[in-house]
Design a protein. Structure first.
Length: 94
């Protein structure tokens, strides 16, 4: 993937390249894309952290107004709703 793509372009693009996040100490964490979804007018990314069991994923809300900005969805009900939609879509495509 081209290095000049911002995170939003990378997550919503056609390539399913892994994404890298950095914490405040500069530590890198690599995530594999599982899905991106628009729900209620908001974009969400479902990502799997490399090195963790495959069934463990994290739901992030994408903030398109701030370049390279995502936040972890901490609302368990919303995260589960997003995951259920992703699983239903995956079943339709099987």
């Amino acid at each position: 993937m081209e290095k000049d793509l911002n995170l939003l372009d990378q997550l919503l693009g056609d390539d399913d390249e892994n994404v890298f996040f950095f914490d405040e100490d500069g530590n890198e964490t690599e995530f594999e894309q599982v899905a991106t979804i628009n729900h209620g007018g908001e974009w969400y990314a479902v990502l799997h952290e490399i090195g963790f069991p495959e069934e463990e994923v994290v739901v992030f809300k994408i903030n398109p107004d701030v370049e390279d900005s995502v936040i972890v969805v901490e609302d368990e009900d919303l995260a589960n709703k997003i995951l259920n939609i992703v699983m239903e879509e995956a079943k339709k495509n099987d």
